[in-house]
Write a protein that binds this ligand. Structure first.
Ligand SMILES: Cc1ncc(COP(=O)(O)O)c(C=O)c1O
Length: 389
């Protein structure tokens, strides 16, 4: 068998129902080594009272190793702690790394749920394909999340609009400086309690238009969730902060005329009261789970949904004429964020003091009501993570 064949086979099965690969049997079985230094309840509760975002981590983590010969193996839940990584590890040199982000929500009554995890699993597979990493079966991805919630479920906060942020990621950890796809890889899941994104009520934000930098180009990695995309967005993001803006907006890299997305969110335009427009998926933007869900909720309301190119000129003239009534960004972290103004060196579109739009806010409310179990889950988007029925 050639190396290519071995690699391809090692990356399968995508649907691993009771299949074997080398010494590995799918679906994977997880072992648990409980932490002996888990935080006491009082310390955990103090953290959960004001968790912020991405600052605190739960007591355990998930690891699954992959090798070109034996596929995915050694799925385990272990105490949270530093990774020991060789200085020659491929990820440190060639950024062969991908990640995901989703949340666990506590519903009234205490049960723990997550939102459309199969979409994150599939997106991780697409990112893996683009970054020449092995694909992890959706079933194993979701089981990994169940495993961490099973052991660290008491880290899911219960205050309104709080959650446990789940961060699955995959790195190339072969100790080899040759530039080729690594032959050993590891997948991890860590978890971090997250406070309400807008603790004082949802506040519209100003956005900085990056005219100098692009996030993605044709044939690049724009639609993959890989760390390198975010590294490239940090300098323009600093420019945004320096100009009093919360996030940076990127235009398409080829013509610099139409809108791609923000550094970490997709963007949507409300026209009048019954039409919602968002940039189409061209391969340069991330296919957001929130984006897809908002478009579905809009369709359910009878709104017209358009996925197409949106030029910066259309944004400017649409706001000036009143055709565009609301603009907002969407993504897992902040759900829906109203945009009051777009700024660059040369243009200002919108009113920085404008309040959040009514449609923006009602879509936000509807989506969070579904996520927190306050509204029926009519699309089957929610997956229960703990054992409760
Ligand atoms: C670049 C980018 N676009 C869009 C999104 C929104 O995606 P999602 O709704 O799946 O969180 C994210 C967040 O993950 C992102 O990083």
């Amino acid at each position: 068998m050639s190396t290519t064949e071995a690699r391809t086979e090692a990356r399968t099965p995508a649907t691993p129902t009771a299949q074997t690969q080398g010494a590995t049997t799918y679906p994977l079985k997880f072992t648990l080594t409980p932490s002996t230094t888990a935080r006491a309840a009082a310390e955990r509760e103090a953290i959960l009272a004001d968790p912020g975002f991405g600052k605190h981590f739960t007591d355990h983590m998930v690891t699954i190793d992959w090798g070109i010969e034996d596929g995915w193996h050694d799925a385990r839940v272990t105490p949270y702690g530093p990774l020991q990584i060789d200085p020659a590890s491929a990820v440190l040199h060639y950024a062969q790394e991908i990640f995901e982000g989703l949340k666990a929500y506590r519903h009234e009554g205490g049960s723990i749920w997550t939102f459309r995890p199969e979409r994150n699993a599939k997106r991780l597979q697409r990112s893996a394909h683009r970054l020449a990493l092995p694909e992890l079966a959706a079933e194993d991805f979701i089981e990994a999340i169940r495993q961490i919630v099973a052991v660290d479920g008491n880290w899911v906060p219960s205050a309104p609009e709080t959650s446990l942020y789940l961060r699955p990621f995959m790195i190339a950890n072969e100790n080899f400086l040759g530039v080729r796809a690594a032959q050993t890889v590891a997948f991890y899941v860590i978890a971090s309690p997250a406070g309400a994104y807008f603790a004082d009520g949802v506040a519209p934000v100003k956005i900085w238009l990056s005219t100098e930098y692009s996030r993605a180009g044709r044939g690049g990695t724009g639609s993959a969730k890989c760390g390198g995309n975010y590294a490239a967005s940090l300098l323009p993001q600093m420019e945004a902060y320096e100009n009093g803006c919360a996030q940076v907006l990127f235009l398409d890299g080829e013509t610099g005329t139409h809108i791609d997305e923000l550094g970490g969110m997709n963007v949507m335009f409300v026209h009048g009261t019954d039409r919602i427009v968002t940039p189409r998926l061209t391969g340069t933007i991330l296919e957001g789970v929130t984006r897809d869900s908002i478009l579905q909720l809009a369709r359910d309301r009878g709104m017209t949904v358009e996925e197409r190119d949106v030029t910066i000129d259309e944004w400017q003239s649409g706001v000036a004429s009143g055709a565009i009534t609301e603009v907002f960004a969407c993504g897992t972290a902040a759900v829906v964020t109203p945009i009051s103004q777009l700024k660059s060196e040369t243009i200002e579109i919108g009113d920085p003091d404008a309040p959040a739009g009514a449609i923006t806010m009602s879509l936000r409310q509807e989506l969070t009501d579904i996520q927190y179990g306050r509204l029926p889950d009519r699309h089957g988007w929610m997956t229960q993570l703990d054992g409760q029925a």
